[in-house]
Design a protein around this ligand. Structure first.
Ligand code: WTA
Length: 655
């Protein structure tokens, strides 16, 4: 096991002594009541109770069927995700409740009610059907944060096609890989998107991707966001407006089995090939509605809830789209970044919509800290009553700043640990019940089984750390990797028998509270984005001047980790600063702009063991500027000395 955080840092973290018991007024009104953990002692019965709150066109009689490592939940039941997100509320008289307060980056804003959203979803679903998209197909979605994105997802769900959302920051190669892996029949995009006042060429990226070869793809559907002309290929490309034109605003939903695929979401693993994580309908909706209701203490008739993530990642799927809509919440949907047009944009939005619940990431919080409190103080933040954090470990300083300056000292902070694979929040405080500790995600959600294991697979007693594992199946768990059961078993279920390996290092204190320490595999976490070292390495060696590359994550005050690349060049090339920049851009060109190596060190050779394996531990130590351990297994120890002195030179070179 590698230790991502330095031992001294872990020790300091565990000495964190501040405690925040639930404010009595909050506890008195909280959704989570004392006794909730005992209530969930029979996990299957607990989850079944939550599943029954959904609307089933055919009620289920089965609970969990566990055929390790494959689970089914409620497998003889039928339901439709879009009906649960929309029709149900409209039928219950909530057609005029706001589903989304939409805030575009350029400042355009409007509200979309549940009634309007249902109409729009039905019309688009009818349009998709007319194009020939049908139950069982896969549809890729590559869009900016506009209302058409959740509409597209729900329309797919309505007609039984699984969506595969591709984050709008990805480059064309990433679209090709994802569309081809699951043989998508359609790709839904927008002409362009807005980012910090600049136009992002989404449709052009799709065209570049299609040109690389997508044999399964029949249709590209283009929503108009920016309005500049884009190339349209007759027969293949369709404007969104034409697809929905003359379509009725009702659409018979497909009856989906609880275990039918709802969506795929690709995530980085330890190889260069991303994994298509499978989520099915009944269990996933059960998990996200239960967690959304309890973790965020949602009062759907009163709260204005805002998850400031991107729908392109799992946080947006579960906590902007499915969880909030199934619970009938009113959410803010914001297209842009926190610093455009100025660094108070988020606080302006909190003030404008009187946001009560805010869910964001530690990397954003650390950035706000750097910018200073003046931006916050310009706005009335008193509507906030609960704050959430997700994506990476939150350091106690960032937690305290969030609690003090955003939450005014009165809002509980829920640090929520989970993954694309888990579908829903797994470890989290329950506001109103849990005593909070800055830097700790505290306790497993009711019904979730967790343990910490050592190298040998023994449970580590309270007060120790190791590999975090999940010990029993849960409804929102991934159902596998698309087209690759063997990789599913190997990645998650082979390291320890009968336990799900999450890939994170974690300590558990004597109260049983969990403190996350970062990944223990070759996955980096840059600003809450999961990026595999192998993906970046393969993008680097794709450049004609590069012979070999090794990539590690290096701790970073703002982004959590930053990419540190070590590159050896082919003999014709020179390691100039210009080439370093060219290589950084090359990586961004292949993987997307959000992937950009901050540190890039040229070296004659990479340090390798005698058997030829790159010594990543050593590179990590060099990147962190730590003392080196024993390096005698190295083939050529002069490599280390050279690398170390270079790394020191590069380390201060900020972007
Ligand atoms: C990390 C995001 C510590 C972790 C929901 C996990 C966290 C990976 C936390 C999943 C947290 C997420 N504390 N680490 N509260 N939340 N992580 O799939 O390393 O994009 O394995 O899902 O993010 O990232 P993913």
């Amino acid at each position: 096991m590698t230790t991502p955080a330095q031992p001294e840092a872990i020790e300091a973290l565990l000495k964190e002594g501040r405690r925040f018991p639930p404010p009595p007024a909050f506890a008195a009104q909280a959704n989570a009541k004392p006794g909730i953990y005992e209530e969930a002692a029979d996990a299957e019965a607990w989850w079944t109770g939550w599943a029954r709150k959904l609307e089933w066109s055919k009620p289920f009689t089965q609970g969990l069927v566990w055929n390790e490592p494959f689970a089914t939940w409620f497998a003889d039941g039928e339901l439709n995700a879009s009906v649960n997100a929309l029709d149900r509320h409209v039928r219950n008289g909530l057609a005029s409740r706001v589903a989304y307060y939409y805030e575009g980056e350029p400042g355009d804003r409007w509200t979309v009610t549940y009634g309007e959203l249902l109409d729009a979803v039905c019309r688009f679903a009818n349009g998709l059907r007319k194009l020939g998209v049908k139950k069982g197909d896969r549809v890729a979605i590559y869009m900016p944060m506009i209302v058409e994105l959740p509409i597209a997802m729900l329309a797919c769900a309505r007609i039984g096609a699984a969506h595969s959302v591709i984050f709008g920051g990805f480059a064309p190669d990433a679209i090709v890989d994802r569309v081809n892996d699951s043989e998508c029949v359609a790709l839904i995009t927008a002409d362009q998107g807005w980012r910090r006042g600049k136009k992002v060429p989404l449709k052009a990226n799709c065209d570049e991707a299609v040109a690389k070869g997508m044999p399964s793809l029949k249709h590209v559907i283009v929503a108009k966001r920016v309005g500049d002309p884009v190339d349209m290929v007759a027969g293949r490309d369709h404007w969104w407006d034409d697809v929905v034109k003359d379509q009725p605003s009702t659409c018979e939903p497909e009856r989906m089995n609880a275990e039918d695929l709802l969506f795929l979401l690709y995530t980085s693993g330890t190889t260069a090939k991303p994994k298509g994580i499978k989520h099915t309908t009944g269990g996933y909706l059960t998990g996200v509605t239960a967690t959304h209701k309890l973790v965020f203490d949602l009062k759907e008739e009163a709260d204005v809830y805002w998850c400031a993530a991107d729908i392109g990642w799992v946080t947006g799927h579960s906590y902007i789209v499915y969880g909030p809509l199934c619970n009938g919440a009113s959410s803010v949907l914001y297209e842009g970044t926190p610093d455009f047009p100025d660094k108070d944009r988020l606080w302006e939005i909190v003030d404008r919509y009187k946001v009560t619940i805010l869910y964001t990431a530690p990397t954003a919080i650390r950035t706000f800290m750097k910018w200073g409190t003046a931006y916050v103080d310009k706005h009335d933040m008193t509507s906030l009553r609960l704050l959430g954090s997700v994506g990476e470990p939150i350091n106690p300083e960032a937690w305290m700043w969030y609690h003090t300056h955003i939450g005014g000292g009165r809002c509980p902070v829920v640090d929520t640990w989970w993954q694309t694979e888990t579908g829903a929040i797994m470890i989290t405080p329950l506001p109103g019940i849990t005593t909070l500790k800055p830097g700790s995600a505290t306790k497993p959600f009711p019904g979730i089984g967790v343990d910490i294991l050592d190298e040998a697979g023994n449970s580590v007693p309270l007060g120790g750390g190791g590999y975090i594992v999940l010990t029993k199946p849960w409804p929102a768990m991934m159902r596998g990797i698309y087209g690759d059961d063997a990789r599913y078993k190997e990645t998650y279920w082979s390291r320890f028998p009968h336990k799900y390996l999450a890939g994170d290092g974690c300590n558990r204190d004597i109260d049983g509270d969990y403190w996350f320490m970062g990944r223990i595999d070759d996955v980096m976490n840059i600003s809450g984005h999961r990026i595999s070292t192998a993906e970046v390495e393969s993008a680097l060696v794709d450049h004609p001047d590069v012979a070999e590359a090794a990539v590690v994550g290096k701790s970073d005050d703002v982004t959590g980790q930053a990419i540190a690349a070590f590159v050896s060049l082919k003999s014709h090339a020179n390691g100039t600063p210009e080439l370093a920049d060219e290589l950084r851009d090359h990586v961004s060109h292949i993987l997307g702009k959000f992937v950009h190596p901050k540190y890039l060190t040229f070296t004659q050779e990479l340090p390798k063991t005698r058997s030829g394996k790159i010594m990543r531990r050593l590179l990590r130590d060099i990147a962190e500027g730590r003392m080196l351990g024993d390096t005698t297994t190295l083939a050529d120890s002069s490599v280390v000395a050279e690398l170390q002195s270079r790394a020191v030179e590069e380390a201060n070179k900020e972007e």
